[in-house]
Design a protein around this ligand. Structure first.
Ligand code: SAH
Length: 440
C-alpha cells in the first residue's frame, strides 16, 4: 500500500461534535480534500490549526474530488476527505466507494477507510428533544442527484407510512417552490398540528432552532428554511411538551398498536365490482373519529333493497347511516364537522338526480357537484367518497345514457380536483391517481 485515504465527517460544526478519531486523522493527514466551505470548518472542528495541505473545490464536483483524493493517496499522501456531519449521509464516502467500484484496478494500492460523524439530523434532534425517538426516514429534497418526481414519490410513501421525516437540503435559491410542494405532499398524510422542527446552522454561530406546526409552514415561516437548515416533520405520534423554561418535541418510543388515523379527503373511483366500497370501508375503519355513512341508493326494486340491507348488515354497528338520495350538501350539514364521512356513492346520486330532475338536469347536477366539493372541503374531519368510472365502455345508445355518462365524468373530475387522494380500483386493487402531475 502506498497511501491512505480516510473519509471523515466533521460533525455539524461545533468542535465538541467532532469525534476524537476524526480529529486525530485531521492532525495526522498530509492532505485534506473537500468542498471549500467544509475545509474552512476544519480548524474549528479540530480545535486547532490543522497543518495539512488543502485541496478545496466547488460543491458540485464530487466525482473529480474523489478521484483527485485517490490519486494523491496513490502517489503516497496520507489523505483525509472531509464532509460535514457524517461522511456517509449525502456525502463523500459513497462517492469514493463508487469510484473504487467503477475502477477496480486503479488505486488498489490505497488503503481506504471511513470515520463516522454526528449527522445534522442527530444534532438537530438533540437540540429539539427527541423527535427521532421512533422510526424515521432521511430524505434529501435536492433534485440535483435524483429527479423531482422521485423525491415527491418517496416523500409520499414515507409520509404515508407515518415515518418521522428528516429533510436534508430542504430549500435552495434555485428551487424555492419545491419546498412548498414537498409540504403539500406531506399534508396529504399529516394533520395541521403535526410538530415541525426547523434547525438552522446547528452547532455553528447563528444557530436557530424553531418549533412550528405543519399548518404554520407557509409564507414567512417556510421562507426561513434554506440549505443550512434541517427540517424534521413529526409522525402522527410526535408531540410537543412545554415546560416553564423551554419546550421539547419528541416521538414516544412506543407507537401503540393502532395504525395512523385516516386523514384528508379521498375519492375512490373504478368499475362495478372493482372493490371500491370494500376498500372505502377499510379506509374509514382506520378513522379514530366516529363514522357516518351517507348512502345514496334508493330501494327501487327487491334487488336494490336486498343490496342495501346487505351493505348495512356488513358495516360495524357503531357506524351511523344516513340515507339521502339527492340532497348531499344537506346531508353533510347534519354530520358533525369532525366525524369521518363515507359517501357511497356519487354514481347513484347522479342517476337519482337525472331520474327526479329530468333529462336536462346535467348542468344543474354539475353545479351541485361544485357545491358538494366545497361542502366537503369545509369539513375538518376525513371523508371518503365513492364513485364509478362508467366511461370506459361502449358509447351508450340512448341520449340519456350519454348525458349521464358525460355528467358523471365531469362530476368525478370536480370531486377529484378537491380531493387530497384519488384512487382507481380494478379487480380489488387500488392504483393511486393522486398523480404526481399535481405536484410537478
Ligand atoms: N453529511 C451531512 C449532510 C450533508 S447534505 C450530515 O451527515 O449531516 C447538506 C445538508 O445537511 C444541508 O442542506 C442541511 O440540510 C444539512 N445540514 C448540514 N449541516 C447542518 C447544520 N449544522 N445545521 C442544519 N442543517 C445542516
Amino acid at each position: 500500500m502506498s497511501g491512505r485515504l480516510t473519509v471523515v465527517g466533521l460533525g455539524p460544526g461545533a468542535p465538541e461534535w467532532c469525534t476524537p478519531a476524526v480529529r486525530e486523522r485531521l492532525l495526522t493527514a498530509t492532505d485534506l480534500v473537500g468542498y471549500d466551505r467544509y475545509l474552512a470548518m476544519v480548524d474549528a472542528a479540530a480545535g486547532c490549526v490543522v497543518p495539512a495541505r488543502r485541496h478545496g473545490s466547488g460543491n458540485r464536483v464530487e466525482l473529480d474530488r474523489a478521484r483527485h483524493a485517490l490519486d494523491l493517496a496513490s502517489a503516497g499522501a496520507d489523505v483525509v476527505v472531509v464532509s460535514s456531519g457524517d461522511a456517509g449521509v449525502f456525502a463523500m464516502a459513497a462517492v469514493v466507494m463508487e469510484q473504487i467500484d467503477t475502477h477496480p484496478t486503479r488505486w488498489v494500492d490505497v488503503a481506504v477507510d471511513v470515520e463516522p460523524g454526528i449527522t445534522a439530523a442527530q444534532a438537530a434532534a438533540a437540540r429539539a428533544g427527541a423527535p427521532l425517538g421512533h422510526d424515521y426516514c432521511v430524505i434529501s429534497l435536492s433534485d440535483v442527484r435524483k429527479p423531482w418526481p422521485v423525491v415527491a414519490a418517496r416523500l409520499d410513501a414515507a409520509a404515508g407510512a407515518d415515518f418521522v421525516l428528516a429533510l436534508y437540503n430542504p430549500r435552495s435559491r434555485h428551487r424555492p417552490h419545491q419546498f412548498a410542494e414537498a409540504l403539500a405532499v406531506i399534508r396529504r398524510h399529516r394533520a395541521a398540528d403535526t410538530p415541525v422542527v426547523i434547525a438552522r446552522q446547528v452547532g455553528r454561530p447563528g444557530e436557530t432552532v424553531t418549533f412550528a406546526t405543519l399548518g404554520e409552514m407557509t409564507g414567512g415561516m417556510a421562507d426561513t428554511v434554506d440549505m443550512s437548515t434541517l427540517v424534521i416533520v413529526g409522525s402522527s405520534a410526535t408531540r410537543r411538551v412545554d415546560r416553564p423554561d423551554r419546550s421539547f418535541v419528541y416521538t414516544p418510543r412506543s407507537h401503540g398498536t393502532a395504525p395512523a388515523s385516516l386523514q384528508g379527503r379521498w375519492l375512490l373511483t373504478g368499475g362495478a365490482r372493482s372493490g371500491k366500497s370494500a376498500y372505502a370501508e377499510r379506509l374509514v375503519a382506520r378513522s379514530t373519529a366516529p363514522v357516518v355513512v351517507i348512502a345514496t341508493a334508493e330501494a327501487f326494486d327487491d334487488d336494490m333493497a336486498a343490496r342495501i340491507a346487505r351493505h348495512r348488515a356488513e358495516r360495524p354497528a357503531q357506524w351511523r347511516t344516513i340515507e339521502e338520495p339527492r340532497d348531499l350538501v344537506g346531508a353533510l350539514a347534519s354530520v358533525p364537522g369532525d366525524a369521518c364521512v363515507l359517501l357511497d356513492c356519487i354514481t347513484v346520486w347522479v342517476g337519482n338526480r337525472f331520474h327526479h330532475d329530468g333529462v336536462e338536469a346535467g348542468a344543474r347536477i354539475e353545479a351541485a357537484a361544485v357545491e358538494l366539493a366545497q361542502a366537503i372541503a369545509a369539513r375538518r374531519g376525513p371523508s371518503v367518497v365513492v364513485t364509478n368510472d362508467v366511461g370506459l365502455g361502449l358509447v351508450p345508445d340512448t341520449a340519456l345514457g350519454r348525458r349521464y355518462r358525460d355528467t358523471l365524468g365531469r362530476v368525478n373530475a370536480t370531486l377529484a380536483a378537491a380531493a387530497d387522494r384519488v384512487l382507481f380500483l380494478s379487480a380489488g386493487r387500488a392504483v393511486d391517481l393522486t398523480a404526481l402531475d399535481r405536484i410537478t
